[in-house]
Ligand binder design. Sequence first.
Ligand SMILES: O=c1nc[nH]c2c1ncn2[C@H]1C[C@H](O)[C@@H](COP(=O)(O)OP(=O)(O)OP(=O)(O)O)O1
Ligand SMILES: [Mg+2]
Length: 207
Amino acid sequence: MTRTLPPGRLVIASHNEGKVREITALLGPHGMEPVSAGSLGLPEPEETGTTFAENARIKALASATASGLPALADDSGLEVAALGGRPGVYTADWAERQWFEGEKGRDWYMAMGKVEGLLCEIGPDADRSAAFVCTLCLAWPDGETALFEGRAEGLLVWPPRGRQGFGYDPVFQPAGQSLTFGEMAPEAKKAMSHRTRAFERLVAGLF
Ligand SMILES: O=c1nc[nH]c2c1ncn2[C@H]1C[C@H](O)[C@@H](COP(=O)(O)OP(=O)(O)OP(=O)(O)O)O1
Ligand SMILES: [Mg+2]
C-alpha cells in the first residue's frame, strides 16, 4: 500500500516554469502548499536515466532528500511514431533546453525549427502521430517513491499555432481536437493533458 500525502508543503521538483505552473494548478484543489525547487535553491540533478520513470525518480529523490519535504517530479517528452518513439526521454536534450528559455521570442522559433526539420526528414506523407508522455514521481524524504504515468495521443502539426503553454505545445494537436495545446486556454489543456492523466492516477493512489 502506498502512503497518503497529508496536506502541507510539497516541493515541485522541476526547473521548467511551464511545468511548475501546470502542476501548481493541478495541486490547487488538494490542500497542498506547492513550493518550487528553484525557490528553495535546490540543485538540479543530472538526468542519467534511460526511462521517464528513472529520471522522474532521480529528480524527486534529489529534492525530497535535500529539503526534508515530500517532492513531486515530472519527466516527460514527445514520442513520434515515425521515429519509433524518439525523442522520448531525450526530448529536452533534442531541443537543447536553453532554446525554450526565451520561448516567446527568437529562441521559440529555433525550437520550432527543430520540429520543422523533423517533419522534413520524415516527409510530407509520413505518419504524424505523436504522443506526449508524462511520468510523475512522488518521493518522501525517507526515500520511498511512487510513480504514475499519463499519455496524450495526437498529431504533430506544421506550422506552429498558438503561444499558450510551453515547449512543443504549438505543434501538438491532441486527438479529436481542432486546436493545438498552444492555442488552448490553460484550462482546456488541463482537461486532456498527459500531465493531468498522470496526476489523476496520483490522486487516486495517494489522496
Ligand atoms: O506539456 C508539454 N507541453 C510542451 N512540451 C512539453 C510538455 N511536456 C513535456 N514537454 C517537453 C519539454 C521538454 O523539452 C521535454 C521534457 O523534458 P524534462 O527533462 O522532463 O523537463 P525539463 O528539463 O524541461 O524540466 P525539469 O526536468 O526540470 O522538470 O518535453
Ligand atoms: Mg529535465
